[in-house]
Design a protein around this ligand. Structure first.
Ligand SMILES: Nc1ncnc2c1ncn2[C@@H]1O[C@H](COP(=O)(O)OP(=O)(O)OP(=O)(O)O)[C@@H](O)[C@H]1O
Ligand SMILES: [Mg+2]
Length: 503
């Protein structure tokens, strides 16, 4: 395959930002009809390399070569005209415009006399949307769509041009399993038309499923290219982080304490019903299930974002009503939300201030023993979570996607809640930092925190949890201790095949 002529080549790309050498002499190429993964730790330079190719950044040195011709890429529109389509890690849509306007922004079809041909625009758009099997249409306003659907709009945009290469920068981070199937079909289709696909992801199982080759960056440097069919997890990880991962769980056996949180017969309309569980101090309870099983909604109810329609919540044995997030925080509960982009960060503010920004008024008067020395907090978590940035003064918007996520996680951890709920804690996080976050969760438990981890990744729940609650369609199907759980019975439980009640 590698003897084939590349669709495009990047050669000797150099890119620096103040205090950071993001790309150091990187070369990379894509062959027509291949899916080429670009991997590396958070901050390794993947998005930056693709932004150079996509005309968003000018390299300090190096060349882009398309059809054997060097090209100076000065803007995203020019890149698009050369057949390079970029589906971004951070969504870049105009929320107040419709789906059709977003897809054809800058290239709306016109009638003579320069008027927009709305009929044509909407027809063209709807035919693309049909291919993607989405549940919205050309005239829907983008602001009304879920994050996953906005991602589908970005993908739809890629299908409007004669593409030579399509760049997917972590496309599945917020997609459901059904949407992923559609995405992989789209990729297979593009591939069969000879389009070169560049695929950035931290999810190994996807990499093995859909890619042909894997190129790895580390600290802005090219580390090598592997054939997917001939490599292993370990080999890729080794190339990415320069060492083998220690996945063994910290054998810190600690005492499990009293029940901190107890939930009885909790229901919220059609979202979830009759939920019963408890979490003890020193314990990590994992919630596993498909997207839509009701896990996030339970977390939101415990955090005062939703009002339950029935049932009781007890904290340290006393029944409570949680009126709002401020109330939840005052009672010692905190939630690291699933959608960290929308709920967690002020992009224009520096790292330290984002990390220590009090979430809600009144925080300082709650029972938290909040850490107070802001720079010390920053330094501690920068080290612990391996946050790659020159220093606390850096604007958060300039951090790589995964490093932005680490800032949000650090912010919640530094508040020392007594009950910590984390929803998809390692989404977008590289494998090395992932295991660091898992260790941190275990460590918090050993210090006496009660922790709930919601995750769609089976290895993650298996690894961090003392007990696992399997949910299906708004109900708890089964609770497993870490001794009795297996991958098989977990899959059965979340598919609704077995249940406590049937047993
Ligand atoms: N506009 C910018 N200003 C300053 N530094 C930047 C800018 N863009 C990227 N960087 C820095 O360049 C480095 C590479 O970032 P990049 O976004 O390419 O990482 P990545 O490999 O995509 O990581 P992730 O997996 O977290 O998305 C990081 O240290 C990042 O902070
Ligand atoms: Mg990135």
């Amino acid at each position: 395959m590698s003897t084939q002529k590349p669709a495009l080549r990047l050669e000797g790309i150099l890119k620096t930002f103040p205090g950071v050498r993001a790309l150091d002499n990187v070369s990379f190429s894509v062959i027509p009809g291949e899916v080429h993964a670009l991997m590396g730790e958070n901050g390794a330079g993947k998005s930056t390399l693709m932004k150079v190719l996509g005309g968003l950044y000018q390299p300090d040195d190096g060349q882009i070569i398309i059809d054997e011709q060097p090209v100076v890429m000065t803007s995203p529109l020019q890149a698009k005209s050369k057949g390079i389509v970029f589906i971004h890690q951070e969504l870049s849509l105009a929320e107040e415009l419709t789906v059709a306007e977003n897809i054809y922004l800058g290239e709306l079809p016109h009638k003579s006399f320069g008027r927009v041909d709305w009929k044509k625009l909407h027809a063209q758009t709807d035919s693309i949307l049909q291919r993607l099997k989405v549940g919205f249409n050309a005239k829907t306003r983008v602001g009304e769509l879920s994050i996953a659907n906005q991602q589908m709009v970005e993908i739809a945009r890629a299908l409007t041009v004669e593409a030579k290469a399509v760049i997917f920068d972590e496309p599945t981070a917020s997609l459901t399993d059904a949407e992923k199937v559609v995405l992989f079909d789209v990729i297979t289709d593009l591939k069969s038309h000879g389009v070169g696909i560049i695929y950035i992801s931290h999810r190994m199982e996807e990499i093995f499923k859909i890619t042909d080759r894997i190129s790895v960056l580390r600290d802005g440097q090219y580390r090598g290219t592997l054939n997917t069919a001939e490599t292993t997890d370990d080999e890729i990880t080794q190339l990415m982080i320069g060492r083998k991962l220690d996945l063994s769980r910290n054998a810190s056996h600690h005492e499990v304490g009293d029940v901190a949180l107890e939930v009885r017969e909790l229901s919220c309309g059609a979202l979830f019903k009759n939920i019963d569980f408890e979490v003890r101090r020193g314990e990590v309870v994992g919630f596993y299930g498909l997207v839509g099983a009701g896990r996030t909604e339970i977390a939101e109810t415990l955090f005062g974002l939703r009002e339950p329609t029935a049932g009781q919540i007890y904290l340290d044995g006393a029944e409570v009503t949680i009126h709002s997030p401020a109330d939840a925080i005052a009672k010692g509960i905190s939630l690291v939300p699933e959608d960290r982009k929308g709920q967690g960060l002020v992009l224009g503010m520096n790292c330290r201030d984002n990390m220590t920004l009090p979430q809600v008024e009144g925080l300082k008067f709650g029972p938290f023993v909040a850490e107070t020395d802001e720079v010390a907090i920053f330094d501690k978590y920068k080290e612990r979570l391996d946050i790659r940035t020159p220093g606390w003064k850096q604007t958060v918007g300039n951090l790589s996607g995964g490093n932005q996520q680490k800032i949000v996680i650090a912010k919640w951890l530094s508040m020392h809640p007594s009950i910590l709920i984390v929803d998809e804690p390692t989404r977008g996080i590289d494998v090395g930092s992932k295991s660091e976050i898992h260790n941190l969760i275990r460590e918090l438990a050993s210090q006496g925190y009660a922790v709930i981890v919601i995750s769609s990744e089976m290895p993650e729940v298996l690894h961090v949890s003392d007990r696992i609650i399997a949910m299906y369609s708004g109900e708890i199907m089964r609770t497993f201790t870490s001794d009795e759980v297996t991958e098989d019975n977990l899959i059965q439980a979340i598919s609704g095949i077995t249940s406590n009640r049937a047993a």
